[in-house]
Design a binder for this molecule. Structure first.
Ligand code: KIV
Ligand code: ZN
Length: 541
């Protein structure tokens, strides 16, 4: 059997489907570029039938990322479609410019989904699968079919449906545990059964797609791979609906670290994992918990004295992976007040950010301002600074100035100065329950984009009182954009994330809120899309 596991990344589809993970088209393109550099085999770029904007975002990825070689390969670009001609037409229209296009269609096969959601019996489901897989195959050479909710479907019925899908032209059969219900033994046995009993399966790739409702997504995915699946559907940081999807970095590093058990390889450049994680976290506003495996801030921190002692004696006493293998750099203190432009450029380039010209000038200006306030600048500070400067949505409103007064005496008051898209500067003062509340109220009066603040979190990038603070917010527009969920066939209000970093956490809070508001405004369509020039320029190595 083949020893290569294909990594199918669905961050831009199943990941983006999760509340708050909304990204602009320019951000999706940037994530797709990072995924290609990471070495994923398939990029599921979106659900083109959701809206003309979604279709266009997938098309841009197909054109720009699906035609450029990364290392030895060009990734397959895939679009999701419900089992209908109109969805399949849209998915095909979006992915066809790619050198290696794929259409992925799905239909539920569990009794509960067939009875209550589809209102179809088994025979009707089989007929629809045959018709739609056949239709997709008439357009595209590479067709993936998923029996949705396979984890709760009757295995015998699955063998039949999958066999018919193969006859109709499916080339990859993906087995989703849609609701994260199965256990590793069960899921491994399901994959083994499918491989054994499905007619024609030998010429197809079997894929696994697990959700993390019971915290078992990675374990189930590995069990499926162990049983013979050769494609894993994953997302960066495990983002996705509810508890999320299987995390790309966990599966890849498990296969990599325990290769004696699995004897399998992937095409992933593991040194890009942390960078991809940061990019996705910055663009979605979904914070990575510090204890998250592989990419969490504490994943390689050895705080406890006993561990440190062991580590000093021999690194492998408590470390099963080298931090460098996933892109964590060990250097802590790198630059200071007297470091020049050249040193900054060199260090940024070592960290994977190729900046020059105006971008480098901007980064150097930010670096100098930070070095005035903070004695030593670590790699983490530099990465936060680059993220804050370059991984932001196109600016509709820009922060031009902020002044707050707060404390135990008097009312917390903020005066905010914003530059509007027409270049006009607006100044507004407001009082609030605290300095952040006052700042947000003043911003609201100027921007006029009614929303609900769903989440606000602050964390410090490094230790110390002079550390950079990073703020992440998530907002939901009150009468704004809605998003179609391909599986539930319902629409929900889109939510938008934003982040900002500064040594002053009120400034970081204002930047984060403005970033989220700018995303909301861009999604409203009133301010166009367009790529912020510096985003495309700040290249991720
Ligand atoms: O979880 C799921 O069932 C899916 C399918 C559309 C593959 O995301
Ligand atoms: Zn899913």
């Amino acid at each position: 059997m083949d020893h290569y596991v294909r990594i199918f990344d669905t961050t831009l589809r199943d990941g983006e489907q999760s509340p708050g993970a909304t990204m602009t088209s320019a951000e999706k393109l940037e994530v797709a570029r990072a995924l290609a550099k990471l070495g994923v085999d398939v990029i599921e770029a979106g659900f083109p039938a959701a809206s003309p904007d979604d279709l266009e975002a997938v098309r841009r990825i197909a054109i720009e990322v699906g035609n450029s070689a990364h290392g030895a390969r060009t990734p397959i670009v895939c679009g999701l479609a419900r089992a209908s001609r109109s969805d399949i037409d849209k998915a095909w229209e979006a992915v066809r410019p790619a050198a290696r296009p794929r259409v992925h269609t799905f239909l539920a096969t569990s009794e509960i989904h067939m009875q209550y959601k589809l209102k179809m019996d088994r025979e009707q489901v089989v007929d629809r699968v045959v018709e739609m897989v056949g239709y997709a195959r008439s357009l595209c050479e590479d067709v993936e079919f998923s029996p949705e909710d396979a984890g709760r479907s009757d295995p015998k019925f699955l063998y039949l449906v999958l066999g018919e899908a193969i006859k109709a032209g499916a080339t990859t059969l993906n087995i989703p545990d849609t609701v994260g219900y199965t256990t590793p033994d069960e899921f491994g046995a399901l994959i083994a059964g499918i491989l054994k009993h499905t007619p024609g399966i030998d010429n197809c790739i079997v894929s696994v797609h697990c959700h993390d409702d019971l915290g078992l997504a990675t374990a189930n995915t590995l069990a499926g791979i162990h049983a013979g699946a050769r494609q894993a559907e994953v997302t960066v940081n495990g983002i996705g609906e509810r508890a999320g999807n299987t995390s790309l970095e966990e599966v890849v590093m498990a296969l990599h670290t325990r290769r004696l058990i699995y004897n399998l390889t992937t095409g992933i450049d593991t040194t890009q994992l942390v960078r991809a994680s940061k990019l996705v976290s910055n663009y979605t506003g979904i914070v990575v918990p510090p204890n998250k495996a592989i990419v969490g801030a504490n994943a390689f921190a050895h705080e406890a004295g006993i561990h440190q002692d062991g580590m000093l004696k021999h690194q492998l006493t408590y470390e099963i992976m080298r931090p460098e293998a996933v892109g964590v750099t060990r250097t802590r203190l790198v630059l200071g007040k007297h470091s020049g432009r050249h040193a900054l450029k060199a260090r940024l380039s070592e960290l994977g950010y190729t900046l020059s010209g105006a971008e480098l000038d901007k980064a150097f200006e930010r670096f100098k301002a930070l070095a005035e306030k903070k004695k030593t600048i670590s790699d983490a500070d530099l990465e936060a600074l680059v993220a804050d400067e370059f991984y932001q949505p196109r600016e509709v409103f820009t922060l031009d100035g902020l002044q707050v007064t707060c404390g135990t005496m008097g009312m917390p008051t903020a005066t905010v100065r914003l530059r509007a898209p027409d270049g006009q500067v607006h100044t507004q003062a407001a009082i609030g329950t605290g300095p952040v509340d006052a700042t947000y109220k003043a911003i609201d009066v100027i921007v006029q984009a009614p929303n609900t603040l769903l989440e606000f979190s602050v964390h410090s990038i490094t230790e110390g009182i002079d550390a950079l603070g990073e703020v992440t917010v998530r907002i939901q527009g009150k009468n704004g954009a809605r998003q179609l969920d391909p599986q539930r066939e319902t629409e929900h209000a889109r939510t938008f994330g934003g982040h900002g970093a500064d040594t002053d956490i009120i400034v970081a809070s204002a930047k984060a809120y403005l970033a989220a508001l700018n995303r909301l405004l861009i999604a409203s369509g009133k301010f166009g899309e367009g790529e912020r020039s510096s985003v495309s320029g700040a290249k991720v190595r």
